[in-house]
Design a binder for this molecule. Structure first.
Ligand SMILES: Cc1cc2nc3c(=O)[nH]c(=O)nc-3n(C[C@H](O)[C@H](O)[C@H](O)COP(=O)(O)O)c2cc1C
Length: 189
């Protein structure tokens, strides 16, 4: 009996491992100075086919809303009442993932292409709420993404134009979760 339980546990952990991609450590030495990044910030709306690397994705997500103080679990983006309500869904051609900031990993949500533009990556910022604070919290994460991209040679633009109902069903969002804004990300054409 004990053996069967062990085999089941092993099978389950293998299954879970397949559904989660642990990201490389963020590179904290990367990028231009903050002031240079501000001087470069602009919306990029035309993207090359060049795909961001896994390190780009790791750094991008850390900058967007990663855990920068593991002792308290607090994040690179502030949030009203420290609700940490903004979830980042990473939509790529091969599928959509939920960023797990605590584990700095990607959890597979769907194998469908749910991107909302021609960019290789669309970061869909979803709030757990739909109240006066959720738009502010999403805006701050979106700006973290813009400044990261400006300082590292990536391109992005924020957009509220998106197929919300396709995202709600494709990303399996619960009734209280709201797609607030999307940042398309890639290298400029
Ligand atoms: C809240 C918000 C929503 C936006 N929505 C869209 C959008 O739906 N489609 C789009 O092409 N650009 C969108 N943009 C990008 C703006 O068009 C862009 O920021 C503006 O033209 C200024 O250009 P810049 O970002 O290069 O300074 C949005 C920007 C913000 C801040």
């Amino acid at each position: 009996m004990k053996n069967i339980a062990l085999i089941l546990l092993l099978a389950l952990s293998t299954l879970c491992a397949q559904e989660e991609k642990v990201l490389p450590k963020p590179n904290l030495d990367r990028g231009d100075s903050v002031m240079r990044a501000f001087s470069q910030r602009s919306s990029t709306k035309s993207f090359s086919v060049r795909k961001p690397t896994i390190q780009d994705i790791s750094d991008l997500l850390y900058a967007a809303n990663g855990v920068n103080r593991p002792e308290s679990g607090k994040r690179t983006a502030p949030s009203a009442l420290n609700r940490q309500d903004i979830k980042i869904y990473v939509c790529m051609e091969e599928g959509a993932y939920l960023y797990n900031a605590k584990r700095h990993s990607l959890e597979l949500i769907s194998k469908s292409d749910l991107r909302q533009s021609q960019a290789p990556i669309c970061l869909v910022l979803v709030s757990d709420y739909n109240d006066k604070w959720s738009g502010l919290d999403a805006g701050i994460v979106s700006q973290n993404i813009s400044i990261f991209c400006a300082g590292t040679g990536l391109g992005t633009y924020p957009h509220t134009t998106m197929d919300k109902s396709a995202l709600i069903s494709g990303l399996k969002l619960s009734g209280s979760q709201t797609p607030m804004i999307c940042n398309s990300v890639g290298y400029a054409k």
